[in-house]
Design a protein. Sequence first.
Length: 281
Amino acid sequence: MLHADPRLAREIGELARRRMVFFAGLPGTGKSLLAHQLAHLASGAGRRIHLLQWDVARPVFEAAPAGRRYPLADGVTHAVIRKAAGLWVRHAVAGWSERHRGPEPLLVGETPFVGNRFVELAQRTDDAAENLLADPACRFAIAVPSREVRAFLEAERERRAAHPLHPREREDAPPHVLRGLWRDLAALGKRLGIAAPDGASYDPTVYRRVYEAVLRHRHVDVVALDVILPTERLSVYDFAVAPPSLAPTEADAEEFIREVERRYTDRRALEREIAHWWEVS
């Protein structure tokens, strides 16, 4: 469907030449669609695709015996689970790169960051993943829809919730949650000195600048979504050949939850850190 926007097709084609590509941004900004299209394009060019997705990794942590001590609260993932997933993801990226050498493998990820969801990938840490994440072959692509495209994505989210093309679409964040996350990000923009004239209305410039600030230690590509793509019959969860997912095992989940418990004996300290997820050192 990228033929509908030649400029976007060229940009995704460039990303298809990289080693790792992580689409960063809020829910409802087109991350999953771009990851889907990149995976298909790169696969057609002979690359071997692996996917990394928050919504695939998170449930493993929640379902593990240790994770059951930290259930959802009002639909929000517990801070311990979010931190454990963040510690795991750096370990997982390093392990993937070690196992999958050569020019064919491509890791395509979705990294929301907001609320400490895989934001550890943006942080500089002295570990086996850092050189990989800081290398120009690893790109963090910020999907930035225009106001019109964002409105379309919200409407599509409402429609798919009622009439899904894939069962996973029922689990996508509904429009009122998307708007609430935007208001939180707009408030963060003000806190960072990024002007937001109307915090209630989506502003692509403020959105982009906040994510650029979080990703200041990484190689960033801004992917503007200015054209409404023909997605009526497409689910981003359907693949011609489903790529394997990079996901934790139950043993991984147990290990990293225990590590969080060891590091944060004071849960209030963890909650404060999670609340300041954007403070990337």
